[in-house]
Design a protein around this ligand. Structure first.
Ligand SMILES: [Zn+2]
Ligand SMILES: [Zn+2]
Length: 252
C-alpha cells in the first residue's frame, strides 16, 4: 500500500469515527425511544391493507393484507427518530455497536435502511429564501376550488420547522423532511384537516416525512386557476434514493 493510500484510509477512518461520536452524542440526548419513534406502517399507512393494482378487470385493484402488518389495523413500527435521522446506516450501526441490547430496535431499523442520497445542509440565506418561496407557493395554492390537502399539510410542516433545504450529491437543492414522521401520522385526526383527508392523497407526503422522497420546484405549462391566477410552477416529488432520482411525480 502506498503512503498516499494509507493517508486516505486514515482520513476515512477518522471521519467515520467522528460521525459515530456525533451519533452517540445525539443518542445520549435523545428524548425518544432509544433513537426511534413508533409510527404508522409506511406500506399501508396503518390501515392493515394495501390496494393491489395488478388486476386486469378493475383499474382500482383489490384490497389485500399489508405484507408487513398482515391485515392488522393500527400497528406502529419503529423508525429513526429526529435525533438519528441525520445519520447514515453505517454511522448508526457503528455508534451503537457496543450497546446492542439497549439499541436493539434501532439496529433493526438501521439494518433495513436503503442507500439514500447523502444530503448536505445548504447556506442559511439560501435555505431561508427557498423555504419562503415554498410557503408562498402553498399559501397561494391552498384553495383550488376545494382546500388543497398537500399545500395545507406542507404549511403545517413549515410552521413546525419540519422541512429543510438540503443539497443532493448532484448539487441540486431540494426540500427534505426533518423529524416529521410522527406529525404526518397525526394528520388524519387533525380537526382542521380531517374533513378533507384522503389517505391516497397524502401517500407521497408520508414518504417525504419518512425521508424516502424529497421535492423541488419545477416549471409547468402556465395553468389558469379558478380565480384567474396563472400558475407556472409546480412541486415535483421524487425518490431520495440514489438510484431513482430521475423519476418523479408532479403535484397540483
Ligand atoms: Zn430521538
Ligand atoms: Zn402495514
Amino acid at each position: 500500500m502506498t503512503s498516499k493510500t494509507i493517508q486516505k484510509l486514515d482520513f476515512e477512518a477518522a471521519k467515520r469515527a467522528r460521525l459515530a461520536a456525533e451519533c452517540r452524542k445525539a443518542l445520549a440526548g435523545c428524548p425518544h425511544k432509544a433513537g426511534t419513534v413508533y409510527v404508522d406502517c409506511l406500506t399501508c399507512a396503518g390501515v392493515g391493507s394495501i390496494r393491489s393494482y395488478q388486476t386486469d378487470d378493475n383499474d382500482f385493484g383489490e384490497w389485500e393484507s399489508c405484507p408487513r402488518c398482515c391485515g392488522e389495523i393500527g400497528l406502529l413500527w419503529p423508525e429513526l427518530c429526529p435525533c438519528t435521522e441525520p445519520f447514515d446506516k453505517a454511522t448508526i450501526l457503528e455508534a451503537i455497536a457496543d450497546d446492542s441490547r439497549r439499541y436493539q430496535q434501532l439496529a433493526a431499523v438501521a439494518d433495513e435502511m436503503e442507500a439514500t442520497a447523502k444530503c448536505e445542509d445548504v447556506r442559511d440565506t439560501l435555505a431561508a429564501q427557498m423555504l419562503a418561496k415554498l410557503r408562498n407557493w402553498c399559501e397561494t395554492n391552498k384553495t383550488i376550488v376545494l382546500p388543497d390537502l398537500f399545500s395545507l399539510l406542507v404549511l403545517r410542516l413549515l410552521e413546525k420547522g419540519m422541512i429543510q433545504c438540503q443539497r443532493l450529491p448532484s448539487g441540486e437543492v431540494v426540500f427534505t423532511a426533518k423529524g416529521a414522521k410522527e406529525e404526518v401520522c397525526r394528520f388524519p385526526e387533525d380537526p382542521e384537516l380531517a374533513p378533507y383527508f384522503d389517505i391516497s392523497k397524502v401517500k407521497h407526503l408520508r414518504e417525504f416525512a419518512y425521508r424516502k422522497r424529497c421535492f423541488t420546484f419545477a416549471p409547468t405549462p402556465p395553468t389558469k386557476l379558478w380565480d384567474g391566477r396563472v400558475r407556472a410552477e409546480t412541486i415535483k416529488i421524487r425518490p431520495l434514493d440514489e438510484t431513482e432520482q430521475a423519476s418523479g411525480r408532479f403535484m397540483g
